[in-house]
Each structure stands twice: as C-alpha cells, then as structure tokens.
Design a protein around this ligand. Structure first.
Ligand code: ATR
Length: 265
C-alpha cells in the first residue's frame, strides 16, 4: 500500500484525505492519504522521516509552505513563488512544487477562460495571491495586483512584471478588466466583498479563492452582473488533481474528486 499525506499544523478539517482517497478508489490504486501535524521545529526531521518510510507524496499547508523550501529541491515556479504545497518523493531526489498556481490555472481552463493577453486584476498579495500572480503572469496576462497594504502589492507586481495598487484604485481597474481574482480572506468570515458591486460587469471572469462559503458575496454580485463565476472549490480541486497526477502519473478522476469535495463543503 502506498502512503500519501498532508503536513500542517493544525490540519483538522482538511478535505484533502477524502478527495485523494476518492481518486485512489476510482483508479484502483492501493493507497491511503493521512494527515500529519509535526511540531514546526521538527519539519526537517518530518520530511527526512517521510522519505525514509517510503511515503510517496506530501501536501504541505500552514505553517510549513515557506520553510519546506529549505528541505526539498524546489522547482522553478515554487522557488519564484517562495512556497511549496506539494512534495514528491517518487523520483531520485525529493522535489517541491506549487500546485496552488497550477490549480488556479486549471480552474480557469476548465471554465474556458483565456488568460493569455487578458487584463487581470488580482486582489490580495498574501500566500494565495503570490501563487495566482505568478500563474497569471506566466500565462501571459497583464497583471494588476491590488492589496490593502499597497507596499505588498507593489512588491509582488514588480516581481511578476505587473502593476501594484491600493484598494482605492479598483474603480480604475475593474471596469476594463477581463479577469478578477479574490485572493484575500474577505468574504470568509462575514458577508462582505473586496470589490464594490457597481464595478462588476458581464465581460468578467471572476474567481474567488475563498471556499467557505462557496457562494461568497463577490461571486453572488458577479453573477448578478452577468459575469462568469468560478468558486474556490475549483482551485482547491485542481491543486489536488495536479498533486495526484504528479505523484501517480495517472490522469485524475476530476468529476469524482469534485463530487467528493462539494459534498463536504
Ligand atoms: P493566504 O495565505 O490565504 O493568502 P495571507 O498570506 O495571510 O493568507 O494573506 C491574506 C490576504 O488577505 C492579504 O492580501 C491581506 O491584505 P494585507 O496584505 O493588507 O494584510 C488580505 N486581507 C485580509 N483581511 C483583509 C481585509 N479586511 N480587507 C482587505 N484585505 C484583507
């Protein structure tokens, strides 16, 4: 039996175990996906121990996504983003990858949204925002990073060749945009949106990284404005799909994984 897992602290309510175990069942793979909560001081030992035990892959979440870079061979994208969410033990060296970026890319592709040449407004410059910003730039979008703390927006924008803005600039950016991504936590705790409703329009594709709740105020108002909406479960799904395919070299049962995920959200 193969073992995969999630490294985080805490990892209590993760949806990754049922999502991945659905994929193993669908594809007749004899494997389990388990969660681990090492003490942050023991991260290096945890990675080495996983390798020694023959664990084939680990997803990595808070608070380890940055620190794990020091314990694996990160690929180019993970190095640029500065975070690893997927560790692969199946090759000759232990490698680190960022399938959050891949997840966002595939979520847009699944909805037939063309990113190349698009005008993209990304709200949020934290961990999720960084992954999305590099993905958008790599796909050839014109990236405008907007953040409450404008210095972080400018820094990330400089790194990806885009422009950095404060939230006040949204009225100058959103009316002409093709793509809008919320990578802030706004909408999670309260029924609030980071983007005023009157700026939304029917030519937008709007993705929200928030998945609790699935229907955020931003997505509700975007749908009312006639926009294409992509909820946070799609990004979560496709980061898992990308990790599964990297580890197993088997094409993922996307519909079954999606059903499992949505049944639990
Ligand atoms: P994650 O890993 O989910 O991206 P994070 O790295 O803590 O989490 O980033 C949170 C993001 O949400 C940041 O862009 C943050 O803005 P700041 O950089 O100014 O802190 C943004 N954010 C959180 N609460 C917000 C609020 N009430 N209004 C606007 N932006 C908010």
């Amino acid at each position: 039996m193969d073992v995969y897992g999630l490294l985080g602290n805490p990892v209590g309510h993760s949806l990754s175990p049922p999502m991945h175990e659905t994929a193993y069942a669908e594809r007749d793979i004899d494997a389990r996906y388990v969660t681990f909560e090492p003490d942050p001081a023991d991260l290096g030992d945890a990675i080495d121990g996983a390798e020694a035990l023959g664990i084939r892959g680990l997803n990595v979440t808070i608070p380890f996504k940055q620190d794990v870079l020091d314990h694996v061979e990160p690929d180019d994208l993970a190095t640029r983003i500065g975070a690893v969410n997927t560790v692969d033990f199946t090759g000759p060296v232990v490698t680190g990858h960022n399938t959050d970026a891949e997840g966002a890319r595939r979520a847009f592709a699944h909805h037939d949204v063309t990113l190349a040449g698009s005008d993209a407004v990304l709200v949020g410059a934290g961990g999720a925002g960084r992954a999305v910003a590099y993905m958008l730039a790599d796909e050839g979008a014109d990236v405008h990073v907007v953040n409450r703390t404008v210095e972080k927006a400018r820094e990330l924008a400089d790194a990806v060749g885009g422009t950095g803005h404060a939230l006040d600039d949204l009225p100058d950016l959103v009316p002409d945009a093709d793509v809008l991504v919320n990578a802030t936590s706004v909408g999670m705790e309260e029924d609030e949106s980071p983007v005023p409703a009157d700026l939304l329009h029917g030519d937008l594709a709007v993705m929200d990284a928030v998945y609790t709740p699935l229907e955020t105020r931003l997505l509700r108002e975007a749908a009312d404005a006639g926009a294409t909406t992509i909820d946070g479960a799609w990004m979560l799904l496709f980061q898992g799909v990308a990790a599964f395919e990297r580890w197993t070299d088997v094409s993922a049962p996307v519909d079954a994984m999606n059903a499992t995920l949505r049944a639990r959200l």
